[in-house]
Design a protein around this ligand. Sequence first.
Ligand SMILES: *[C@@H]1O[C@H](CO)[C@@H](O)[C@H](O)[C@H]1NC(C)=O
Length: 216
Amino acid sequence: MATQVALLVIVALGFCCLAFAFEPKPLQDFCVADPTSSARVNGLVCKNPMLVQANDFSFSGLHLPGNTTNPVGSRVTPVTVTQLPGLNTLGISMVRIDYAPWGINPPHTHPRATEVLTVLEGSLQVGFVTSNPENRHITKVLQKGDVFVFPVGLIHYQHNVGYGNAVAIAALSSQNPGVITIANAVFGSKPDIGSDILAKAFQVDKSIVDQLQTKF
Ligand SMILES: *[C@@H]1O[C@H](CO)[C@@H](O)[C@H](O)[C@H]1NC(C)=O
């Protein structure tokens, strides 16, 4: 009997944590973000529904190419809850990504979202790496119209392998997916992670770490 109860508790705990792994389902039609509120909640405070307008559910300008003149040769134009307040509590957002020829969207991870990407123009080599200890690299070249999914939390990237510009649209399963670009987070943190720590972690000479830290 005691073991059955214990089993039930374990199963119940499993369900509770599964549910918490995703954004909670809304308990009302919408909760348009009120950027003026100073209240601290998980997400953003709702605007008075009577004051909500069509524009709160809308964003304009995703037809415009992003400026890819930068060292990586890509630009992400986000449409998250920051740009589109109506996304608050809905567990979804999107981005447009522009790539110069041979540009990359460098290895990064979204701590709160799975991403599903569609190529609108050009050819992209994409990939992600599975967790330890396998660290399997799953990669594919995508053409216009192809769709690829990057599972939540995994490190992934895209690389324009065509001679022209490339464009992609991606949907993300969070109103605020977050992004951690690996190189910037590891070599560009403020204050620095000690170069002796990074030299040991990456198994390279400290001077190589110092050089990387000056770049980020
Ligand atoms: C794109 O960005 C570069 C580098 O910051 C800048 O020099 C250039 O003027 C920008 N181009 C446009 C069209 O905004």
